[in-house]
Design a protein around this ligand. Sequence first.
Ligand code: NDP
Length: 331
Amino acid sequence: MKYTANENRYELMKYRRCGRSGLKLPEISLGLWHNFGGVDCYETGRETVLAAFDAGVCHFDLANNYGPPPGSAEITFGRILKENLLPYRDEIIISTKAGYGMWQGPYGEWGSRKYLFASLEASLKRMSIDYTDIFYSHRPDPDTPIEETMGALADIVRQGKALYAGISNYNPQQTAKAISALRGFGVPCLIHQASYSMLNRWIEDGLLDVLEKEGTGCICFSPLAQGLLTGRYLDGAIPEGSRASKGVFLKSSVITPQLLKNLNALNAIAKQGGRTLSSLAISWILRDSRNTSVLIGASSSAQLKENLCALSQPPLSDEELGKIEEILKTN
Ligand code: NDP
């Protein structure tokens, strides 16, 4: 399929500086954790990625283990690059990560130098690229000295195999140590990838303060609480094919009567402001300028387009924010 990107794409998106780095990221980025594996429909995935790029979403987030099977989302993305996006490679920020289990034995997961180097090589091969823009330590390793994990990230950056280093799922104390270790190796920590949504506010308890002080950006994953903060479950039913229907990463048991009540109350605020629940959830994250980018997932280009509407709506008013706060207090 011949593809020419939408000429107006950069007018449709806003870009935020990532911490105190030179890199800007789109306010909405697309993650390929679900829906882009070897078991998923390639055409749907391609359509979603290209619709994102046409809307100015120039950052795509991967990890070694995304699939299923693990590794296959990188293969899918590599194919989309080769078939459609390669002419635009210099306009795209690709990230990948290592930390979770990829192969057997003691060097197949966590944070050793041995694992991180081998995993990145394999990721680059799967995507058929020479370098990734951001390489993350996907989770802190309790048994490996932080200097070893951060030293490996720094050397990877120095070798040009990644342009920037990042961390994910580190708590505030681990984050401060990782940033300081990286700095000791002469490499700044560009970004922290952390879970954050109206239903999961842990980063407000210290992490954002550390990141702000250190000049590190924050990209928020699962901003729609894996679909809960969309129209998908508002009537209490579990649609066939939805993430909750698969019951692995999102269990239907989390959808309690109280949660449903809150989601519907949030949806009412969204409606009053002419928004959808998903765009309310995205605008709510963007209210804090320390959040560089909102890292969404989407199982179709229609979902993606609905979520992108957040960008053409006004910021949430103090009144709306106050009402949301009241609802979130009850859980
Ligand atoms: P979201 O919270 O955005 O959930 C995305 C899912 O919600 C979609 O796959 C879809 O699920 C549903 N959805 C999205 N938009 C709509 C809509 N408009 N209407 C109805 N349903 C909708 O994010 P994810 O949990 O997918 O995470 C996003 C990215 O964050 C990942 O791809 C990955 O890159 C990153 N991530 C990083 C982690 C880490 O440890 N660093 C961990 C988890 C994610 P469905 O249609 O299938 O029901």
